[in-house]
Design a protein around this ligand. Structure first.
Ligand code: SAM
Length: 202
């Protein structure tokens, strides 16, 4: 094996998860709890309070804490993640609850099984998992699923696990054909340099 190939194998073994199988493995360990928050972020609460949506779509929902919050506000919440293990954990954690999100195992770059349109959408930590090609597919799928005038809220690291530098300029550019970036706010969330982004569907 060449040195480059060996380095690639090493970084795949020890690097951040990026496939659904990687995330499945991570969700089988206790360590995935570092990804989520005990508290619902103020930015998400504001999104739901200010827009009063009847329906919401979450991309990369993990174990479903944020869409469970949306459902508890009596919003028709749909939550997507490509890790079947995460979705199973979400469903069993919420078993018996009256207000439940509709959980879907799916890839945010190909959501052909979802046909409804949503009033608002959000993504807390998924967009920064994608590569450049995946980002464009995500934008197209989201543009199909979010109603015109609807807001999409993203929280993303400033440097993605695959080393893409994310910034307001970068996000505005990637989404520019179908969305307008109306606000970006820098935050140190979970100690990491990161931003919240508010995008409105044109
Ligand atoms: C950092 S975790 C955040 C999970 C959740 N939003 C939270 O904050 O608790 C990122 C999530 O995005 C999901 N994800 C990454 N790439 C995805 C893709 N292409 N399609 C669907 N889900 C994806 C992962 O499985 C993982 O659950």
């Amino acid at each position: 094996m060449t040195t480059t190939a060996l380095n690639k194998t090493k970084s795949k073994q020890f690097g951040p998860p990026d496939t659904s199988a990687d995330f499945d493995r991570a969700y089988k360990t206790p360590f995935h709890w570092i990804w989520t928050d005990a508290r619902i972020p103020r930015e998400l609460k504001d999104l739901l309070e200010n827009n009063k949506p009847e329906s919401s779509l979450e991309l990369g929902c993990g174990t479903g804490r944020f869409s469970a919050y949306a459902a508890a506000q009596r919003i028709h919440a749909t939550a997507v993640d490509f890790s079947p293990v995460a979705i199973e954990k979400a469903k069993s954690r919420l078993a018996g609850k009256r207000q439940q999100p509709h959980f879907v195992v799916g890839d945010v770059t190909d959501l052909k099984n979802i046909h409804s349109q949503f009033d608002v959408s959000f993504d807390i930590g998924c967009f920064h998992c994608l590569d450049g090609a995946g980002e464009m597919k995500y934008v197209n799928e989201l543009a199909r699923l979010l109603k015109s005038g609807g807001t999409h809220l993203i929280w993303a690291l400033d440097t993605s696990p695959s080393d893409i530098k994310l910034s307001a300029e970068y996000i505005a550019g990637v989404f520019s054909e179908k969305f307008e970036l109306v606000k970006a706010a820098a935050r140190r969330r979970r100690l990491a340099a990161s931003h919240w982004y508010w995008l409105v569907r044109k």
